[in-house]
Design a protein around this ligand. Structure first.
Ligand code: SF4
Length: 140
């Protein structure tokens, strides 16, 4: 059971603070909040049709994170894998926490953007636990 993983796929979101918040949240989840329960996977490899990765994602729970309503990760994963198990958008967190206006600069990440990343990461980590619980329920 302990080797069960939820796969996390943030969009690339290069050059955009919202994409960076999504990626940073993914790192916090995988490196800290749900360290032994999650694994990052590379969206471009899925888009390129890398078979082993696509089969792994089909067989496991998948969470996508997007930085804007274009929802590149959601759309690419849905097309290649046929499903996602949960989706998050960093812009939703920004709307929820209007008191934390993200700074424009990407590197170094501003204090508000860091806080937003952590808030998003906490929501994702909680969803990871839910999905793993569902898996356990399904095994019985
Ligand atoms: S979802 Fe938005 S921020 Fe993310 S890669 Fe696509 S266009 Fe860029």
């Amino acid at each position: 059971m302990s080797d069960e993983k939820v796969y996390i796929l943030p969009c690339s979101g290069i050059g955009k603070v919202f994409g960076s918040i999504g990626r940073e949240a993914a790192y916090i989840v995988v490196d800290e909040l749900a360290k032994d329960k999650t694994k990052l996977e590379c969206l471009p490899l899925v888009v390129k049709g890398k078979k082993e990765i696509i089969e792994t994602l089909k067989a496991n729970k998948v969470i996508v994170i997007d930085g804007c309503p274009m929802r590149c990760s959601y759309n690419d994963i849905t097309e290649a894998v046929g499903k996602v198990d949960a989706q998050f958008m960093s812009t939703d967190i920004v709307k929820e926490r209007r008191d934390l206006k993200p700074e424009k600069q990407i590197i170094p990440m501003g204090e508000n953007a860091k806080k937003l990343s952590l808030i998003l990461a906490e929501k994702i980590a909680s969803k990871v636990n839910e999905l793993l619980e569902e898996n356990r329920g399904g095994d019985e």
